[in-house]
Design a protein around this ligand. Structure first.
Ligand code: PMV
Length: 310
């Protein structure tokens, strides 16, 4: 088939961390899965390899995105395409919007260059974009987006990449994602936690270790189809995140609201702080989504893994 005749589209899924955010930065495992929502990159042929951005973005935002894009473009041999982006994800709310953007652009650039877009290669190039956005992330966001499946991720010490093991779910794994207030950038929350950890390393080390154990136990629960056990692991993880100083009244309120609506487990997801995203594990999230939408809560449901209804 003529490669140029196929439409040039790249998709990058947003992500949720079911278990193990923050401790993943310190080398402990995290369980994360892709959302059905994400960022789509579309391209038309062009003389130069370039990114088109909406005029609503500020100058620093444009410079950041263009710099990151050009970094990936160079790694892909700068194919002649003009790329536009569409995002279904809220920005900076813990759902991996920048990783989704990096993966969407990378997939498209690799395809445009006629190169293989295997999950591994996508992750390798997308990481270079992520570094522009985040400095030294654990790598869980872009790896989950590139793998497009539920994974147990473990960072290689000192690197922004690591090992991803696929976690198979014999049952549909569905979450409700609710958005609460505003939050600080991940970098700031991660840096503040690092200061506390450096001051009281033994205590914080124990909490990170505990979260890592809960994440591994959660992955086993998923594979055994024990969703109640996974829900319990999420609740315990929420308690540990609160102990680390990463939760806040708006997040706690939503956690208890989701549990009240029948969630098997609920917790903040992503960096946390003053606001961000809260997830609830539900056998059937739709009634809770309808109820919360009626009350003006920004929320949606997504299936992260397992068999899907036809
Ligand atoms: O940027 P967020 O909110 O999706 O959080 C990423 C997860 C952290 O563990 C807090 C940071 C990291 O690099 O893994």
């Amino acid at each position: 088939m003529d490669r140029q005749a196929t439409p040039l589209v790249g998709f990058g899924a947003g992500k949720v961390i079911l278990l193990g955010e923050h401790s993943v930065v310190y080398g402990h495992p995290a369980l994360a899965g892709p959302l059905s929502y994400g960022v789509t990159a579309r391209a038309v042929k062009s003389k130069r390899c370039q990114l088109t951005l909406p005029s609503t973005l500020s100058r620093p935002q444009r410079a950041l995105l263009t710099g990151a894009f050009q970094r990936a473009a160079r790694l892909c041999g700068s194919p002649g395409v003009r790329v536009g982006l569409e995002s279904e994800l809220p920005l900076s709310m813990g759902l991996g919007s920048s990783a989704a953007l990096s993966v969407a652009c990378t997939r498209l650039l690799l395809k445009a260059a006629g190169r293989r877009d295997s999950a591994r290669e996508v992750a390798r190039v997308a990481l270079e974009m992520e570094k522009e956005f985040h400095g030294t992330p654990s790598g869980v966001d872009h790896t989950t987006s590139a793998e497009e499946r539920l994974i147990l991720y473990k960072r290689t010490p000192g690197e922004s990449s690591g090992k991803a093991k696929a976690v198979k779910s014999p049952r549909p794994l569905k979450v409700l994602v609710a958005l609460v207030g505003e939050r600080s950038p991940t970098k700031k929350t991660v840096a503040a936690l690092r200061e506390r950890q450096a001051r009281w390393p033994a205590r914080y080390g124990r909490l990170f270790q505990q979260i890592g154990t809960v994440a591994s136990e959660g992955a086993k629960a998923v594979e055994a189809g024990e969703l109640e056990a996974l829900g319990d692991a999420m609740n315990v993880n929420q308690g540990l995140l609160a102990a680390l100083g990463l939760s806040s009244p708006p997040l706690e309120d939503m956690v208890y609201r989701l549990r009240g609506l029948g969630a098997l487990g609920a917790k903040l997801t992503g960096a946390g702080g003053d606001g961000g995203a809260v997830i609830g594990l539900f056998l059937e999230p739709e009634p809770a989504v309808a109820k919360l939408l009626q009350l003006g809560v920004r929320c949606f449901s997504s299936q992260l893994a397992g068999p899907r209804a036809l």
